[in-house]
Design a binder for this molecule. Structure first.
Ligand SMILES: [Zn+2]
Length: 343
């Protein structure tokens, strides 16, 4: 005969007593408490708590008392009522908590991996298929934001501007996507010494950066770097990467309309600049392009040095321009000098 040990609370006092349970006849539960006390109840009058992993089972007795006992197969024989689906599922889950913890961890890691690798990959794939009309539309939005910062026509003498335009065209002639590249020289005190590439190939260069550069060779090096951003579609990739983050955030926080997108993309392109990976890629492209045309990447290093020296004054003057999006790190200067030395 199957017996089960349990703890009995009589419902009147808080006293716990060790008891043994067994079923002397079908439909009857007998409890032996010590030797002196024996009680019988019809099984159908007892309510048993659902199975939940390794939690103790509780038998609610018709007289207000209860018995706690470990789960055991004999209980299923005494109380053959099939557990409800929900109870069964809860029990199944409880018994597989390591699997669940593993699944949760896997989900979290997958989400992070998606943001870290999947989003940039998808952005690159999509950027390569993006129609030029979209690139132009996005760039127009950026220009609209920029124009509020009071751009003025460049005050650089016309001959020097024309020479820069010619040198730039000669430099990028035959390069991939070069037919879309347009150099715009502007006066823009609000953004200081700056140069940037928009997704549609417009490359802006400010008078302030022209004034800061020591020579046109240095400016050409910067333009080669910006051309690298365009060739590798960094503008569109950056816009897509950050907008997908905004989209996810929008879905999480209830703005799935994407209305924040139109506002955020110009802001991202202007203020956050490109990732370090994009900068390295644009640098490498620029060094190669300059060398192929007989220019030394050393000019890029010297411009970065010049910017670092000016850094304190520029920061005081307001937006640090090129510096805020293109920090002249020692590694970048070193890489330019290495490229110049042909290493
Ligand atoms: Zn850059």
């Amino acid at each position: 005969m199957s017996e089960l040990a349990g703890t009995w609370y009589d419902g009147q006092s808080s006293r716990a007593r060790a008891v043994r349970l067994h079923s002397p006849a079908p439909g009857c539960l007998r409890m032996d408490a010590d030797a002196d006390e024996v009680r019988d109840w019809p099984l159908r009058d007892i309510v048993i708590s659902p199975r939940l992993g390794r939690t103790p089972r509780i038998l609610q007795l018709p007289d207000g008392g209860r018995i706690e006992c470990a789960d055991a197969p004999v209980l299923a024989a005494w109380f053959p009522r099939p557990p409800s689906r929900v109870e069964g599922f809860a029990d199944w889950l409880e018994r597989r908590k390591w699997a669940i913890a593993g699944a949760a961890a896997f989900t979290a890691v997958s989400a992070l991996a998606f943001v870290r690798f999947g989003v940039p990959w998808a952005a690159m794939e999509i950027a390569e298929r993006m129609p030029q009309a979209v690139e132009r539309h996005l760039s127009d939005q950026v220009v609209a934001v920029l124009e509020r910062m009071h751009f003025e026509p460049s005050r650089v003498p016309a001959e020097r501007q024309q020479k820069l335009q010619r040198d730039f065209r000669a430099l990028v002639a035959g390069e991939s996507r070069s037919e879309q590249m347009r150099l715009r020289i502007i006066s823009a005190k609000a953004i200081g010494p700056n140069a940037f590439a928009l997704p549609d190939g417009r490359i802006f260069l400010t008078d302030e950066l022209v004034a800061l550069a020591g020579s046109d060779e240095e400016l050409l090096a910067v333009l080669a770097h910006e051309a690298g951003h365009h060739v590798h579609r960094h503008g569109m990739r950056q816009a897509l990467e950050s907008s997908s983050v905004f989209l996810v955030a929008g879905m999480l926080f209830g703005d799935a309309s994407g209305s924040s997108l139109a506002v955020s993309i110009p802001a991202v392109l202007l203020s956050n600049g490109f990732s370090r990976g994009h900068e390295r890629e644009a640098d490498a492209y620029a060094f190669d392009l300059l060398r192929r045309h007989g220019h030394s990447p050393k000019a890029f290093a010297s411009l970065l040095r010049r910017l670092s020296r000016k850094l304190p004054q520029l920061e005081e003057a307001g937006p640090a321009g090129y510096l805020s999006t293109h920090p002249p790190s020692p590694e970048r200067i070193l890489a330019a000098e290495r490229a110049a030395a042909g290493r």
